[in-house]
Design a protein around this ligand. Sequence first.
Ligand SMILES: [Zn+2]
Ligand SMILES: [Zn+2]
Length: 167
Amino acid sequence: MTNSKLSILMIKIQYKNNGQVKRRSKFMDSNYSGSCLCGKIRYEFGKFKTNPNHCHCSMCRKFHGAAYGTYGMVGLKDFVWTEGEEFLKKYQSSSDVERGFCSVCGSSLYYRRTTQEKYIDIAIGTLDQDLKTENLPTQHIFVQNKPNWYQIDDKLEKYSGFPERKT
Ligand SMILES: [Zn+2]
Ligand SMILES: [Zn+2]
């Protein structure tokens, strides 16, 4: 490809989405993008490893300041911080778990097992678009830790703890 053709292609990529600047990404086929509340941190990825689930454990509840946290597992080889990685802060919530958040606005962004180098669990409340139907959450986990002020009223599978222990 000639240089001029390449620059025309780059311009097209940058100005798709009704003129909104599409940020540079190493994944030209990213399906999902997300950002924190202040917008300093942005990420993209291609696909989920497993369907997201709703976690009702007290740690996710506190990390999100919400009834529960919803996370989707993504392969790190398929994931990139496209902006503001320097604003990420990590909190070690267990001996082998770190939780990442924006140091400017406090948005909860991810959960990651430090013993697992290949995957990251993205807090999907930070996505900038809806989930595709095939990626919708399938489970509630750690429902035994759910507070009494939130009632689950959907038909998704429920597990008292991790998915191997069904309620
Ligand atoms: Zn932020
Ligand atoms: Zn949890």
